[in-house]
Design a protein around this ligand. Structure first.
Ligand SMILES: *Cc1c(COP(=O)(O)O)cnc(C)c1O
Length: 499
C-alpha cells in the first residue's frame, strides 16, 4: 500500500458529442436522408445488391481510433438504398411488412430514452402494459391473459410452447427436465419451421412434433390428426399440444381453428395458434369470420412487423392464463428482488414472461403505430391486400401460360409459368430463373416455394403501398422474362439434363 492518491487519466472524457450544435445539424441531416428514402419508397428498383465497394469497406479492421461522426454518417447514408426492398410496393417475397415513416419517430424517441424494459418502474413499462391490454382486446382474450413483446413469432412460439410444456408437467420440468415424459405435439405439414425449432430448443426434439398431412386447401386434415393422437396414446405417449396456423406461410391457408379448439379441449391438450400475419385478419370484415377460433387459443404468437407494418422487429406472445405464463418463466434472484416502492417496483416485470432480461423498448413503436393509425385503418390495409391477392389469382387464371397452384385463401397467390409438353423438373428450373431474373432486374421481388412437389412463384402481399397497377406490372414482367433468352437457356439446359 502507498499513500499515493488515486488519480484518473485526464482530461475527463465521455462519449457525448463535443459540440452539440454540430451534432444537432448532423442529426437533422440524417433525418432528412431517412425521410427522403421513405418518400421515394415507391420509386426505383425493388432490390439492388449491395455494391462490391461498399461490401469491401464493411470489411475494415476493428477501429482503434474512431472514425468520427461525419465518416460514419456518410457510410450509413450510403447504405440506405440497399435494403431487401420491402419498403417498395412491388416487394412480394416471403412475408415482410412494409414499415411506416411514422415509426421512424417512435424509434428516435425509444433510442433517446435508451430504456431497458426487462423490469423496474419507469415509463416504458407502462407503455408495454398498454400494448398487452390492447392485444388482449384485439384478439378477444380474457382479462387473465398476459403477453410480451418479442422480436418475432419465432421467439413468441418458443415462449408459448414452453408455457404449454411446463404446464403439462406441473412446472417440475423447469428443474427436472422433460426426460421420460413422452411429450408429443401435433401440427400440419404446412406449419412454419419455427414450431419445430421451438421443439428442438425446448428439448422436446423435432420428432416429437407430428406433422399431419394437409388437404387440398392446405389446411390440416382433422381425421389424420385424430388418428395420430389416438395412435400416440395407444403407444403410451403424452400428447400435450396442438398447433394450428392462421395464415400458413406457403399459401395463407387458415386451419379449422374452431375444430382444433374443440379437439384440444376434448383431449386436454394445449391449443396454440401461429398467427404470425394471418391472425391480424381479425381487423378485416372480409376475413374475421374465419378467425373466430383465435380467441379460443391457449396461446397465440403473431408479428407486428408483418401485417401491421411496424418497423422491424416486433412480435408478440399472448398467453390466455397469466399465472401459467409467469410460472414458466419467473425467477427473481437477490439482485432482481421485487419491491413495493422505488425503482424496483412496477411488478410483475417483463423478465417473468420471457427468456430475456435486458430488452429494448420495441413496445413504443408498436404502441405508436396502433395509436396513430387506429385498428380500422390498419385493418383496411389488410383487407385491400386480400382483394389484391384475389385479383392476382383471377388474372393468373385468365392468362394463357400461367397456372394457379393453390387457391387464394388470404393475401398470397402462388402460380407458375408453364409450356405444354415440359416436365415439372424443367418448369421448376424455369420458374426459379424467372424469379431470380425479376429480383436481379429490380422490377419486382416475389419469392419461391414448393407446393405438392412443384416450384411456385409465390406472391405475398403484406404491403400498404401496393396498388393494383403493381400487380399488372408483375404479371407483364413474369411473361416478358419467361420469353427471354436467359429463361430459354435454362429450359434447354434442364431438358438436356433430364435427357
Ligand atoms: C414469418 C412467420 C413466422 C416466423 O416469424 P418471425 O417474425 O420471422 O420470427 C412464423 N410463422 C408464420 C406463419 C410466418 O409467416
Amino acid at each position: 500500500m502507498t499513500d499515493k492518491p488515486i488519480e484518473e487519466p485526464t482530461p475527463q472524457e465521455s462519449l457525448d458529442p463535443e459540440n452539440w450544435d454540430e451534432f444537432r445539424a448532423q442529426a437533422r441531416h440524417m433525418l432528412d436522408a431517412a425521410i427522403d428514402r421513405l418518400q421515394d419508397a415507391r420509386q426505383g428498383r425493388v432490390w439492388t445488391e449491395l455494391p462490391g465497394e461498399i461490401k469491401e469497406t464493411l470489411k475494415a479492421p476493428l477501429p482503434r481510433e474512431g472514425w468520427g461522426v461525419p465518416d460514419v454518417m456518410g457510410r450509413m447514408e450510403a447504405l440506405l438504398p440497399y435494403g431487401a426492398g420491402n419498403t417498395n410496393p412491388r416487394f412480394f417475397g416471403w412475408v415482410h411488412g412494409s414499415g411506416t415513416p411514422a415509426n421512424l419517430l417512435a424509434e428516435i424517441a425509444a433510442s433517446a430514452m435508451n430504456a431497458n424494459v426487462g423490469g423496474r418502474d419507469h415509463g416504458a413499462i407502462y407503455v408495454e402494459k398498454q400494448v398487452v391490454r390492447w392485444c388482449r382486446e384485439l384478439f378477444d382474450f380474457p382479462d387473465t391473459a398476459s403477453g410480451i413483446v418479442v422480436s418475432g413469432t419465432s421467439i413468441a412460439t418458443i415462449i408459448a410452447v414452453k408455457v404449454a410444456r411446463d404446464t403439462r408437467l406441473n412446472f417440475l420440468s423447469r428443474k427436472d427436465g422433460i426426460c421420460g415424459h413422452g411429450l408429443v405435439g401435433y401440427t400440419s405439414t404446412e406449419t412454419h419451421s419455427c414450431v419445430a425449432r421451438a421443439f428442438d430448443l425446448l428439448g422436446l426434439g423435432t420428432d416429437a412434433l407430428r406433422k399431419i398431412p394437409a388437404n387440398d386447401r392446405f389446411e390440416i386434415d382433422m381425421d389424420a390428426l385424430k388418428a395420430a393422437i389416438a395412435a400416440d396414446r395407444e403407444a403410451g405417449l403424452t400428447p400435450f399440444i396442438v398447433i394450428g396456423t392462421a395464415g400458413t406461410v406457403n399459401v395463407g391457408a387458415i386451419d379449422p381453428l374452431e375444430e382444433l379448439a374443440d379437439l384440444a379441449a376434448e383431449e386436454s391438450m394445449w391449443f396454440h395458434i401461429d398467427g404470425a400475419f394471418g391472425s391480424l385478419g381479425v381487423l378485416s370484415d372480409r376475413v374475421k369470420d374465419r378467425l373466430t377460433g383465435v380467441k379460443r387459443a391457449d396461446s397465440l404468437a403473431f408479428d407486428f412487423h408483418k401485417w401491421l407494418h411496424v418497423n422491424y422487429d416486433a412480435g408478440f406472445a399472448l398467453i390466455r392464463e397469466e399465472k401459467l405464463h409467469r410460472a414458466a418463466f419467473t425467477d427473481r434472484p437477490d439482485y432482481l428482488t421485487a419491491k413495493e416502492r422505488g425503482l424496483a417496483g412496477g411488478n410483475p416485470w417483463p423478465v417473468e414472461y420471457g427468456p430475456e432480461l435486458s430488452r429494448g423498448f420495441r413496445a413504443l413503436k408498436v404502441w405508436a403505430q396502433i395509436a396513430e393509425f387506429g385498428t380500422d385503418r390498419l385493418g383496411r390495409m389488410i383487407e385491400r391486400n386480400c382483394y389484391q391477392a384475389s385479383y392476382l389469382g383471377e388474372q393468373v387464371e385468365k392468362t394463357p401460360g400461367l397456372e394457379l397452384l393453390a387457391p387464394v385463401a388470404l393475401n398470397i397467390c402462388c402460380f407458375r409459368y408453364t409450356e405444354p409438353g415440359l416436365s415439372d423438373a424443367v418448369l421448376d428450373a424455369m420458374n426459379d430463373e424467372i424469379v431470380i431474373q425479376l429480383q436481379e432486374q429490380g422490377s419486382a421481388a416475389p419469392s419461391t416455394t414448393r407446393l405438392k412437389g412443384r416450384l411456385a412463384i409465390r406472391v405475398n402481399i403484406t404491403n400498404h403501398r401496393t396498388a393494383r397497377a403493381d400487380l399488372d406490372i408483375l404479371l407483364e414482367e413474369v411473361q416478358r422474362v419467361a420469353a427471354s433468352p436467359e429463361v430459354a437457356a435454362v429450359r434447354d439446359a434442364a431438358i438436356r439434363d433430364a435427357g
